[in-house]
Design a binder for this molecule. Structure first.
Ligand code: NAD
Length: 490
């Protein structure tokens, strides 16, 4: 265990710019997946009463303070918040790492750094939300305005809390909405700590609120008729439940960022080391990444050297397992908890029966929830390790002969989140990228979300977009204004 003193751990709800107790005595405990022992700080879980209070504070802020805050001052709040997050990055990374096992260095270098950039990016949009106008060809001059929705909410998974606090809250508040965010009950502390930073940055009470809680709290948000839109990141089952609750309540807008079974296609003309390095990005956060390319399709001409090089790289990563995620030199941590550990191990058991195990396939050490990076080759076409999302450090390699076969294998999935193509032939890369059924394609790298381009899946991977201009417009409603001109006076 790292010798540095731990920061204070926030456990209360952040409502109306204050930390308050839940109205229920129930507390949600979390286990540190590095040690396997319970963290003594249990977070409060928001009740119906608490959610009503948060919605009421947000409605009030939406109509008064935030509506009266100029775009320039909104922008200043967002930029100050980004600066404060940067200042407190190390503390925030520790708070996120304790319950999730995500090592602090990648958390600071990617999750927190990206969140900061998302706030700065959307701060620039506060005074640039465009509209349209159309000429009075039929005697009616037309204006289209993109107006905020009101109170919006976000529900997130535990694997990258800070990214979701960027992707959901930043565009919403930049467009003039107020926001209630619920982190996963598995990763409450980093999110709750941000409440104080939102207040210090100058966001008026009620504009951004953070409520911890499990599925019940999520359901309260999804079914609340005072909420105009909900953005959900999580499992397909959770997304379905949120969409159901939304349609049974006030038909609020719903964005769903769900699971993935993303393919990486490696063509024979590739720079082998570059491709192996890119595919190894799969191990970031122990494979608990929605866009992780867990299916690797390799051209038969290079399958032997590619597989050997990937095996070596996975075994090198495996040799580093077991280190304290709070240690700044740690790159790979444990998986998030026992439930996730058991789920991944059950897929490994299935893999051993339906594919050939190339490397890994076991727990690493006997403390915490470390799993060896695992590669299966030649899986049976209907194996669950090819069809279902494992969300852990387990990938499967298939070989292909032709481009058409590669595309067919890549598209043979219920999911459609992202894909990677490794090739030195740009014509082929662009041709294949247009044939893939997914929301985003990366050429010669893992798919990494970018500020300016929309992120989101198709098929069972979800609906709606985050990031970019599209991510901003998702927090607005287009309003048409028609002006009938007095033709006689023209
Ligand atoms: P999960 O669905 O169990 O939980 C996600 C969040 O939803 C949590 O905050 C949880 O409390 C809440 N929740 C669960 N059931 C709910 C319900 N019935 N009503 C309302 N809220 C509910 O998912 P998880 O295990 O936290 O996350 C892993 C999943 O998330 C994986 O499938 C992964 O692919 C997906 N994911 C998707 C993206 C993306 O952007 N597409 C990103 C990260 C993770």
């Amino acid at each position: 265990m790292s010798s540095q003193p731990l920061p204070a751990i926030p456990t209360q709800l952040f409502i109306n710019n204050e930390y308050i107790d839940s109205t229920s005595p129930n507390r949600l405990t979390v286990v540190n997946p590095y040690t396997g022992t319970q963290i003594p700080h249990a977070a409060h879980a928001a009740t119906k009463h608490d959610i009503d209070a948060a919605v009421s504070a947000a409605q009030s802020a939406y109509k008064t303070t935030w509506a009266q805050t100029s775009p320039r001052e909104k922008q200043a709040c967002m930029l100050r918040f980004a600066d404060l997050v940067e200042k407190h990055a190390e503390r925030l990374a520790i708070l996120e790492s304790l319950p999730t096992g995500k090592p602090v260095t990648p958390t600071m270098q990617f999750d927190i750094a990206h969140m900061v950039e998302v706030y700065r990016y959307y701060a620039g949009w506060t005074d640039k939300l465009p509209g349209e106008s159309y000429p009075a060809s039929n005697g009616v001059y037309k204006i289209v305005r993109h107006e905020p929705l009101g109170v919006c909410a976000g529900i997130a998974s535990w694997n990258a809390t800070f990214l979701y606090i960027g992707w959901k809250i930043a565009p919403a508040v930049a467009a003039g909405n107020c926001f209630i965010f619920k982190p996963s009950e598995k990763s409450p502390f980093g999110a709750l700590a941000l409440g104080a930073l939102f207040a210090e940055a100058g966001f008026p009470p009620g504009v951004v609120q953070i409520v911890n809680g499990g599925q019940e709290t999520g359901s309260l948000l999804a079914s609340h008729s005072g909420i105009a839109k909900i953005s959900f990141t999580g499992s397909i089952g959770g997304g379905r439940a949120v969409q159901d609750a939304a349609s049974k309540s006030n038909l609020k807008k719903v964005t769903l960022e769900l699971g993935g079974k993303s393919p990486a296609i490696v063509f024979g003309d590739v720079d082998l080391q570059r491709a192996v390095g890119g595919v190894c990005g799969f191990l970031f956060n122990s494979g608990q990444v929605c866009v992780a390319t867990s299916r690797v399709l390799v051209h038969s001409s290079i399958i032997t050297p590619f597989t050997a090089a990937l095996k070596t790289a996975f075994e090198e990563a495996s040799a580093t397992l077991g280190a304290d995620p709070l240690d700044k030199s740690t790159v790979y941590g444990p998986v998030v908890d026992k439930a996730q550990f058991d789920k991944i191990m059950s897929y490994i058991a299935i893999g051993k029966e339906t594919a050939t195990l190339l490397t890994g396939g076991a727990q690493e050490g006997d403390r915490g929830y470390f799993i060896q990076p695992t590669i299966f080759v030649d899986p049976q076409p209907d194996s669950p390790i090819l069809k279902e999302e494992i969300f852990g450090p387990v990938l499967a390699i298939q070989s292909f002969e032709t481009e058409e076969e590669a595309v067919a294998l890549a598209n043979a999935s219920d999911y459609g989140l992202a894909a990677s193509i490794y090739t030195s032939n740009i014509d082929r890369a662009l041709r294949v990228s247009s044939q893939l059924e997914c929301g985003g394609v990366a050429i010669n790298s893992p798919f990494i979300p970018e500020l300016q381009t929309p992120f989101g899946g198709v098929k069972a991977s979800g609906q709606g977009k985050e990031l970019g201009k599209e991510g901003l417009l998702e927090y607005t409603e287009a309003k048409s204004i028609h002006i009938r001109l007095d033709v006689a006076k023209l």
